[in-house]
Design a protein around this ligand. Structure first.
Ligand SMILES: [Zn+2]
Length: 78
């Protein structure tokens, strides 16, 4: 005679599979978020007051020369 599957198979397996899926998605998005945050910390943003060029310099200086016209500019933020 055929037996019905136990309660563990009917209830626990779908639960475990869904939890694993949820953790995988969480892990994937957390890795992506870390990559974006790492990129964002690099450098300071400058806007040239002479030619309006916006550029990023990753040296920790209060100001740099514009790569296009050579005008000295101070960091916009950070
Ligand atoms: Zn410039």
């Amino acid at each position: 005679m055929n037996q019905l599957p136990p309660v563990e198979v009917l209830f626990l397996w779908p639960l475990i599979v869904h939890l694993m899926l949820l953790f995988l998605i969480w892990f994937f998005y957390d890795l992506r978020k870390r990559g974006v945050e790492k990129k964002r910390v690099e450098g300071k943003i400058y806007r040239c007051s002479a030619c309006n060029l916006v550029y990023v310099d990753n040296h920790d200086l209060p100001g740099t020369d514009c790569p296009r016209c050579g005008h000295y500019n101070e960091a916009v933020r950070r």
